[in-house]
Ligand binder design. Structure first.
Ligand SMILES: [Zn+2]
Length: 349
């Protein structure tokens, strides 16, 4: 078994299921997840790395990334705890976690799974929170908390409200899907330099890790240089259009063959809207995932399950009327359906 270097998905799920969607700090009411956005952090009580606070070299990786060593905190309380190792000892944090979990009300398995996917897609941390320079002590923490609050409150925020698709065409070079992504700016400050990154990925017989693909795509898009092309002010909507290819080589490699049937493909649209803040130049992302099928009954073809090893798996029903077989030819707009990825996949960070 490979060395464990991060908490297991099942551990995060249990942690979320016992936290009432709240930060574990006493009396804090900050949610861990709001809508599709991750606001909290999964934190290690005994540090995860030798350089981290409260690191215990004698701890096994299994214990280090295990349920008892993890606590969910909002980013303000994470900063406060991280800045004061004397006050926030291992014992105190463990007690804080236990008392919080005793008070928590259970959530449904479905809700815990959705939250787990959001947490995993968020890379276990809230990004882009600017931290003030700290000299230590309570006063510095208070300044830090307020600054983070202000920036989080004022950050730009884009929602993906609709993705209209079609047609899906096939020729000698492979397939191509036209997409029109309707986005809306809902944050208090403008979203600057709005860009779309995305692509069509084919799921093979042995499935693929869709959330990992999304993480990679959104991670890459963070490094883009600003061009200043598109700025969206509050409550403004726009449509971002793209024509996304499915290379023939992908169709040859990642298809689903059933004896006596045409060759099927199961495309997934993975996208990321990337935008910058005018107040601190930080870049933010809104990510989304859709399964592509032939209408009018989306959903039948894709039975999404999340495998225990942490990857999103997909099972395929070749008898479903909406399974896509390129040999049958183009699918006109209006018959292409996009179904939000059932295993999660929406996030903003
Ligand atoms: Zn908190």
């Amino acid at each position: 078994m490979a060395d464990l270097n991060r908490p297991r998905q099942s551990t995060i799920k249990r942690l979320y299921a016992e936290c009432s969607n709240r930060c574990a700090f006493p009396k804090c009411t900050e949610p861990v997840i709001r809508g599709g956005a991750l606001l909290g952090k999964v934190c290690h009580i005994k540090g995860a790395k030798p350089t981290a606070k409260r690191y215990d070299a004698s701890q096994t990786d299994e214990d280090r990334h295990g349920f008892d060593n993890l606590i969910i905190l909002c980013s303000n309380h994470y900063d406060i705890i991280d800045a004061d190792e004397q006050t926030y000892t291992v014992e105190r944090l463990s007690r804080m976690k236990r008392e919080h979990e005793e008070r928590a009300t259970a959530c449904s398995d479905e809700e815990a799974q959705r939250a787990t996917n959001i947490i995993l897609a968020g890379g276990l941390a809230v990004q882009n929170v600017v931290t003030a320079n700290q000299s230590g002590g309570i006063a510095a923490n208070v300044i830090n908390v307020n600054l983070s609050n202000v920036l989080l409150d004022q950050r730009p925020w884009i929602e993906v409200i609709e993705v209209i698709a079609g047609p899906l065409t096939f020729d000698d070079e492979g397939g191509r899907l036209a997409v029109a992504i309707k986005v809306k700016s809902v944050g208090k400050t403008p979203a600057c330099d709005v860009k779309f990154a995305g692509g069509l990925y084919l799921i093979g017989k042995d499935h693929m890790d869709v959330l990992e693909e999304q993480e990679g795509l959104c991670g890459e898009s963070k490094n883009w240089k600003a061009s200043g092309d598109l700025t969206l002010f509050k409550d403004r909507e726009t449509i971002l259009e793209a024509s996304l290819p499915i290379p023939q080589s992908d169709m040859d490699q990642f298809n689903i063959e059933v004896p006596g049937k045409p060759r099927f493909i199961a495309p997934v649209l993975i996208g990321c809207i990337n935008y910058a803040s005018a107040i601190d130049n930080a870049r933010y992302q809104t990510g989304f995932i859709y399964a592509v099928a032939e209408g009018p009954e989306p959903g039948k073809i894709h039975n999404v399950t999340v495998a225990s090893k942490g990857s999103a798996a997909i099972s395929f029903d070749e008898n479903a009327p909406n399974a896509i077989a390129p040999e049958r030819g183009d699918i006109p707009r209006g018959r292409v359906s996009l179904t939000p990825w059932l295993g999660g996949g929406f996030f903003a960070k």
